[in-house]
Design a protein around this ligand. Structure first.
Ligand code: SAH
Length: 216
């Protein structure tokens, strides 16, 4: 189905804003053009889906700002054969974008409701290479480790040790670090033969990585 002119115009502005904020990788832009953020934002905020801002989702969480999704995806340097782990499924939007760029995405959230709703959307959109799981993501996913790429979409005080351990040599992890009530720093970690290299990408603001499972 083609969009009405107003929606088409908003989607064009959406892509323009991404480019303007530094998302320049054509593969990332194409994935973000194909995955409709409007599918991942429900109710009250539906008509803000193409604005470059974070929005509330159930369980008191947020869907990230599109330009941050783009910049984090770009920083992860994902390749078509990669096995990717995402911590913090939330709406499922970031996992959906990643799924077009890699072989398989494992995505974990501590809220059952978010995982169930994201899974239903993945099915509806025909995204068959995503596995969504309810678990405490700060422990990673040892049974599927090691991973080529790991993206954490909730803020930790430090990159969690189990996640570092589950990153392949040659692998990359992108993670916001810092106190949850402050501005955090987005870090890219590269694992080499002899250890980890860290570089700071930009300031961001994410909900905290919380240990244990959620109530819902
Ligand atoms: N990537 C999401 C946005 C993430 S919001 C999207 O595209 O919409 C951060 C998510 O991290 C929330 O859904 C929250 O429930 C989850 N989270 C926080 N701590 C967690 C943990 N220890 N394990 C798994 N998920 C966690």
């Amino acid at each position: 189905m083609s969009d009405d002119p107003e929606t088409a115009e908003r989607k064009m502005r959406f892509l323009f804003a991404l480019r303007q904020r530094g998302v320049t990788d054509p593969r990332v832009l194409e994935a973000m053009e194909r995955i409709d953020r409007g599918e991942f934002v429900r109710g009250h905020f539906e008509d803000r889906a193409y604005d470059d801002m974070p929005l509330p989702i159930p369980c008191g969480q947020t869907i990230s700002q599109p330009s941050v999704v783009g910049l984090m995806t770009q920083a992860l340097e994902v390749g078509p054969r990669d096995k990717v782990l995402e911590i913090g499924t939330g709406s499922g939007y970031q996992a959906a974008v990643l799924s077009l760029l890699c072989r398989r995405v494992y995505t974990i959230d501590r809220h059952r409701r978010l995982v169930a709703e994201a899974e239903a959307l993945f099915r509806h959109l025909g995204l068959t290479n995503i596995t969504a799981l309810v678990a405490d993501g700060s422990r990673g996913l040892p049974e599927q480790a090691p991973f080529d790429r790991i993206m954490v979409t909730a803020a930790a005080e430090d990159p969690p040790g189990p996640l570092l351990a589950q990153l392949k040599i040659g692998g990359i992890m992108v993670v916001p670090v810092g106190q949850s009530d402050a501005v955090q720093t987005l870090i890219r970690v590269r694992r080499g033969e002899n250890g980890f290299d860290y570089d700071e990408l930009r300031q961001v603001r994410f909900v905290p990585l919380v240990e244990g499972l959620g109530q819902t």
